[in-house]
Design a protein around this ligand. Structure first.
Ligand SMILES: [Zn+2]
Ligand SMILES: [Zn+2]
Length: 125
């Protein structure tokens, strides 16, 4: 059905929103595809294995929680299933001192998420 009503601005806005969403999705798809190429399709927490059938449940987690930090070597990525990914973010939010605006004075450089991570991985073994 043709829309002969003059609402070009809405159309334009729709297109801008769609474009922005597509750009973000392409970026997400980009690092997801990269991560899936680099790492075996296994959840880094519960070791659940994935194949093409359920691959959409395997997500890319950013170790430093910065989605804009996407080094091509994959050092900031970790493949996690939906559950573990959820838990991971839950845990991050519950950590004292990481709530936004609470400890502004803490220098970011001393933040070592990897030490914490390594400990957790060991514990799971
Ligand atoms: Zn998992
Ligand atoms: Zn994440």
């Amino acid at each position: 059905m043709p829309t002969r009503k003059d609402a070009p601005d809405l159309d334009r806005l729709d297109r801008i929103v769609a474009d922005a969403r597509r750009t973000r999705e392409e970026r997400d798809q980009g690092y997801r595809a990269q991560a899936l190429k680099l790492y075996p399709w296994i959840c880094g927490r519960c070791a659940r294995e994935f194949d093409r059938g359920n691959l959409h449940e395997l997500t890319v987690h950013h170790k430093d929680h910065n989605h804009d930090n996407n080094p091509p070597d994959g050092s900031n990525w970790e493949l996690l299933c939906l559950y573990c990914h959820d838990n991971e973010h839950q845990r991050y939010l519950e950590q004292p001192g990481t709530l936004a605006g609470q400890r502004e004075t803490r220098p970011a450089a001393t933040h070592t998420p990897f030490a914490d991570l390594a400990g957790l991985l060991k514990r799971d073994e």
